[in-house]
Design a protein. Structure first.
Length: 80
């Protein structure tokens, strides 16, 4: 049976929260029914979230209408 060979691999497990504030952000997301999507291509471990060296913050970006849009910078990756 080749159906198992064509199935996408499972997503990587989420990274451990980076701080108490990050852990609270994860709990809040769960209460709101949100899922934090992991990414092995991001330096933060989360899809759409990158760490910015200059500001020492995590920036959340999304693509909408063919354009990359920043939704803000946050203290932790989980808050972003």
């Amino acid at each position: 049976d080749t159906s198992d060979l064509t199935a996408p691999p499972p997503p990587p497990p989420p990274p451990e929260p980076s701080s108490a504030a990050g852990a609270e952000a994860v709990r809040q997301a769960e209460r709101e029914g949100l899922t934090l999507v992991t990414s092995s291509n991001s330096n933060s471990g989360y899809r759409g979230v990158t760490f910015k060296q200059g500001s020492k913050k995590y920036e959340l970006t999304v693509r909408f209408g063919g354009r990359q849009n920043s939704l803000g910078r946050f203290a932790t990756a989980e808050q972003a």
